[in-house]
Design a protein around this ligand. Structure first.
Ligand code: SF4
Ligand code: FES
Length: 242
């Protein structure tokens, strides 16, 4: 596979041609924030949190294949401000009560709020009136927290590759729904995977709560994205010590 060179925030980087920019950045030890994207899953570009500027034009890093000679801005004040506004919008648009959420400490949106130093969103809270669906044997689907990232739709499938989840309605009424018949026979392991893949607390498995205590969860221990940045720090240390 052909290797190409590009610049990311003035750092010289190397990637495999055609690799998506978020993945290429990760391989070079640079974290580009993402919410809807999942490593190894076809991107859908819905949240826009991975916005960067490529040769002066805005683009989403999860859906843009890297090409030779690209000059990319990611950690500039302008781009950080765009990402921050997007995160705030998501908090203001739904009902996110972190202190009572089972995903607190494991939630990508909450972790992103901390990363961007969010205090109070600049947008007015919408306080939408949304349901909590408890019909499925293993799952609770809380529409108050869904950010419509499609991760559940893209990853939770049966043996015939049919998705358990789908979008229904249009425009601002769009929401995730689960196929009732499929949900009735959904294996517990798949329900747990659905909860794990949801970047917020919109999909919860019934009868399991606080197995890992607050304070000991993923993002309680390390900020989001630090695993990618840490990898490069270890490599740099090894190079320096040689
Ligand atoms: S339920 Fe979760 S995974 Fe599915 S679209 Fe909503 S936020 Fe994304
Ligand atoms: S992570 Fe790229 S658009 Fe959501």
């Amino acid at each position: 596979m052909e290797k190409i060179k590009f610049q990311l925030d003035d750092k010289d980087c190397v990637a495999v041609e055609g690799q998506m920019l978020v993945d290429a950045a990760r391989d070079n030890g640079i974290y580009i924030p993402t919410l809807c994207n999942m490593h190894g899953v076809k991107p859908c570009g819905s949240c826009r949190v991975c916005t960067v500027k490529i040769n002066g034009r805005y683009a989403t890093a999860c859906t843009t294949p890297v090409a030779c000679g690209m000059d990319i801005e990611s950690e500039t004040e302008e781009i950080k401000e765009i990402r921050s506004a997007l995160i705030e919008l998501m908090f203001a648009e739904g009902n996110h009560y972190c202190p009572t959420c089972e995903m607190s400490g494991n939630c990508d949106l909450q972790a992103m709020g901390y990363k961007f130093g969010m205090m109070v969103p600049r947008f007015p809270y919408q306080f939408p009136n949304r349901e909590v669906n408890t019909d499925c044997p293993h799952l609770i689907i809380d529409y108050n927290r869904c950010i419509r990232c499609k991760r559940c739709i893209r990853t939770i499938k049966d043996d015939q590759n049919k998705s358990y989840f789908a979008f229904v309605n249009r425009g601002d009424k769009i929401e995730v729904s689960i196929d009732k018949d499929m949900a009735a026979t959904m294996p517990k392991e798949l329900a747990e995977l659905a909860m794990e893949n949801c970047p917020v607390g919109a999909i919860l498995v019934k009868e399991i709560g606080f197995k890992v205590p607050i304070g000991k969860r993923k993002y309680d221990l390390k900020p989001i994205g630090s695993d990618i940045e840490d990898k490069v720090n270890v490599i740099m240390e090894e190079v320096t010590n040689e």
